[in-house]
Design a binder for this molecule. Structure first.
Ligand code: UD1
Length: 412
């Protein structure tokens, strides 16, 4: 069997990494059992990795391949940035000949980025040989719904789910959403969360990160020398938060108030960096620019527990995981970070009106606060006094990827 997996943007990489490992261990198991039976290996899975190039900066792409030990892509489409339509169109144009050439039996797409939907659309209409033969489309992280169609990701989720043959779901809400939309039950598989597989496999490695020291978050003097100082960790990149000056300023003004209590560490996405400059946010909100996080701890700055909003470049996976693990609180508009903080038991405030991941609120450590200044401040205060860590969502146990490969290899 031949499987092709597609990645394109930063949140795809941690979802595909355990799937590639699960394919390797499936093949190893098969080799062992077939060798023991004196059988010739015939059912091995061959794997082809395609990178669309939606994200292309070292910090947004290459560093994740290094941190997560993902093999280099077999095929890179190099599409780069663009409007939604031009980016999706470029992906489709470049992906079609690759699919026709490779003719995989199964194509795996993950998450909800433009690359996910664009490649699913190509695969759904391809005809390998004039007989209508095409790959089975497997969507990992199916069924999530924010019920907010102004989010580009919601459109990508709906389109991808309705084109897919195998829908792998991370939480029970996904099953209900898909059934309500008429997706046949036999296509839906509740397997857990491959992003959490990666987190669990990486926690030990992340303890070796020098991010805390590099950012001056370790006390240098006195009785508490060596202890991690309290800090908040922030990410913001959704168009709904950063593409409108008034909204962006309202959110940042709340975060400035939060930063009077403790430093707010803010690794900025390229989109957000552009908007900070375009809207001259730094003229209204005090922003400090921190030296890059480097493995040897060079460029060390000491915050000595001082407040303020501290901007860094986007961080690698292991450095960010280290910072999430030790944060007093995480503030974000990302989808995946809501899940990761739930798994780590770290309080999370989601700066959005809705979430497509309700299990992080009902079972986890997440609270929604909307985009209003006072509501953001109040929710942060509530979360800082939170005592209950939340319980881990069902099947978020580090084994989602092997369940997915078992379903695919089992012929379903
Ligand atoms: C995309 C996903 C979003 C995901 C996010 C994670 C879609 C619709 N959105 O949003 O769901 O949460 O990735 O990061 O697919 N840029 C660079 N370097 C890069 C990549 C982007 O400078 O390596 C800049 C470009 O100016 C680009 C902008 O960032 O126009 C936005 O990139 P894009 O891929 O369009 O969307 P994201 O906001 O990153």
């Amino acid at each position: 069997m031949k499987i092709m997996s597609v990645v394109g943007a930063r949140p795809n990489f941690m979802k595909i990494s355990p799937i590639i490992r699960a394919i390797d261990s499936y093949n190893n198991q098969l080799n062992i059992s077939e060798a023991a039976a004196g059988d010739k290996t015939s059912n091995l899975i061959s794997h082809v990795l395609v990178h669309t190039g939606q994200h292309y900066d070292k910090a947004m792409s290459d560093s994740f391949f290094e941190d997560l030990k993902i093999p280099m892509p077999d095929i890179s489409l190099g599409v780069g940035s663009g409007t939604h339509a031009s980016q999706a169109a470029e992906i489709m144009k470049r992906f079609e000949p690759v699919l026709l050439d490779q003719q995989p039996d199964v194509m795996i797409v993950v998450g909800d980025v433009n690359s996910t939907a664009a490649c699913a659309l190509v695969a759904a209409k391809i005809d390998y040989d004039g007989t209508g033969r095409r790959p089975l489309i497997a969507h990992v992280e199916a069924g999530l719904r924010s019920f907010d169609r102004s989010m580009p990701e919601e459109i990508n989720r709906i389109v991808t789910d309705h084109l897919s043959d195998l829908l792998f779901v991370t939480e029970r809400s996904g099953i209900e959403n898909l059934k309500r939309e008429g997706v046949p039950e036999e296509k839906i598989f509740f397997v857990g969360n491959t992003m959490i597989d990666t987190l669990m496999a990486s926690r030990e490695l992340a303890t070796r990160s020098n991010a805390l020291g590099s950012l001056g978050l370790v006390a240098q003097n006195g009785g508490s020398a060596g202890m991690v100082l309290p800090y908040a960790l922030l990410t913001l990149h959704r168009p709904s938060n950063v593409d409108n000056r008034e909204t962006f300023l309202e959110v940042m003004s709340a975060l400035q108030t939060v930063s009077e209590k403790m430093p707010v560490i803010f690794p900025v996405h390229p989109r957000t960096r552009k908007q900070i400059a375009a809207f001259r946010i730094g003229e209204c909100i005090g922003l400090h620019y921190s030296a890059p996080v480097v493995p040897d701890g060079g460029g060390k700055v000491s915050m000595n527990g001082a407040g303020g909003i501290h901007i860094t470049d986007p961080l690698g996976y292991l450095d960010f995981l280290c910072l999430m693990t030790h944060a007093k609180i995480v503030l974000t508009d990302s989808g995946g970070i809501q899940e990761e903080t739930t798994c780590l038991g770290v309080p999370c405030v989601t700066i959005r009106e809705n979430t497509e991941r309700p299990v992080t609120v009902t079972n986890g450590t997440n609270m929604l606060c909307g985009l209003e200044r006072q509501s953001i401040i109040d929710t942060v205060n509530l979360q800082l006094n939170r005592s209950k860590p939340g319980s881990g969502p069902e099947l978020w146990d580090g084994n989602a990827a092997s369940r997915i490969i078992a379903v695919i290899a089992g012929g379903r």
